[in-house]
Design a protein around this ligand. Structure first.
Ligand SMILES: C[S@@+](CC[C@H](N)C(=O)[O-])C[C@H]1O[C@@H](n2cnc3c(N)ncnc32)[C@H](O)[C@@H]1O
Length: 338
């Protein structure tokens, strides 16, 4: 640590300065002498954030190779990927993030498998707790929003996407406020199946008359449990609550059976809706995993800034969406090469 002892600065402080100025040689030297790439400086930034903000792709690469976390957040909630305006640095971070998430997912699934996957799912705490309803939202017992009315234009766009084949059979997983289902009904599908697992949401659906609509079939239960009761569909929309990314991933494994050839699948794309870079990572990750199943995914950008105001979130514990653009996924079976 020769440079550190001479300057009176710690190796990590020197690493941050070298990263900020894009000095790849100094960064490589400091890393080889043991400087910690996971360090946060006095302003709460990591060496990788400094390199990203300066658009120093070569330095960012060295730091990532040395174990710098791509997903560390600054005090204002920005990651290195949010801080760069340099395309090469952005692409490098995105590629690294995707690889890391793919590897981590595989490792986690392997560990879960060896831990004993036959134990079944963990306790369904959301499904066992109370929910409350108003005109504007459905809330869970912890004052988190299960569904909010501001999403209505998004739900209408999702309905348009999954009903674009015209008529046919449509499946929606997760009723919430029924916004997407009301929109689906306007396309007059031959058959409209709705899966809902929360007893109170289900009871409200029946009270609102969804059980008596001629073309509607309501299936009460967790999608995981009722899949054998389902058929195959021209359009499918998936939007649950209180579940993990892994659950959605598991749902996707059923698409080859649930989605008819030529059918359209879409899901509520709220993944990492509070961070722009993480959101892009998760859009790409889902698209990659769907591609492995033979589906191509297109994201339609929809501006949502005007749907949201400060008051929207009054009394809501978590602002689950903070971005200006929503990326509506449209997935279809990849066409066979000619
Ligand atoms: C975000 S809301 C759906 C909102 C809906 N898209 C709309 O337009 O109003 C999620 C719904 O999924 C339900 N849900 C949660 N887990 C589920 C599961 N495993 N199977 C079926 N429904 C589930 C919740 O009870 C809730 O009603």
């Amino acid at each position: 640590m020769a440079a550190a002892s001479k300057s009176g600065k710690s190796p990590e402080e020197l690493l941050c300065s070298a990263a900020e100025s894009g000095d790849a040689e100094a960064v490589a030297g400091l890393l080889s002498e043991g400087a910690d790439p996971t360090h946060f400086d006095s302003s709460g930034l990591t060496p990788l954030m400094h390199a990203a903000a300066g658009g120093h792709a070569a330095v960012a690469r060295l730091l990532l190779e040395a174990g710098a976390p791509w997903n560390a957040l600054s005090p204002t909630g920005f990651s290195a990927g949010d801080l760069t305006s340099d395309t090469a640095t952005y692409d490098l971070l995105l590629d690294h993030a995707l690889r890391s998430e793919l590897v981590l997912g595989t490792v986690a699934r392997r560990q879960a498998g060896s831990a004993n996957s036959s134990d079944g799912p963990p306790a369904e705490s959301y499904l066992e707790s109370r929910v409350s309803f108003s005109e504007e939202r459905v809330m869970d017992a912890e004052s988190k929003a299960v569904m909010m009315k501001w999403e209505q234009p998004l739900m209408e766009a999702h309905a348009r996407a999954v009903c674009s084949g015209g008529g046919g059979k449509v499946l929606n997983v997760g009723f919430g406020m029924g916004l997407v289902d009301e929109a689906i009904q306007r396309y007059k599908p031959d058959e409209h199946t709705i899966v809902e697992a929360h007893p109170e949401v289900y009871a409200r659906m029946l009270k609102l008359g969804w059980g008596e609509k001629k073309n509607v079939r309501v299936v009460f239960g967790r999608w995981q449990d009722v899949i054998p009761q389902l058929g195959s569909y021209d359009g499918i929309f998936f939007d649950t609550y209180g579940e993990y990314y892994e659950d959605m991933r598991e749902f996707h494994q059923h698409l080859p059976k649930l989605l008819k050839p030529g059918g359209i699948y879409s899901y509520f794309n709220g993944l990492c809706g509070d961070n722009a870079f993480f959101h892009v990572v998760y859009c790409q990750l889902v698209a990659l995993e769907l591609a492995n199943l033979g589906y191509s995914t297109q994201f339609i950008p929809l501006p949502v800034k005007n749907c949201l105001s400060e008051e929207t979130w009054n009394g809501v514990k978590q602002r689950y969406w903070q971005l200006d653009t929503y990326h509506l996924p449209v997935c279809q079976e990849e066409s066979e090469p000619e």
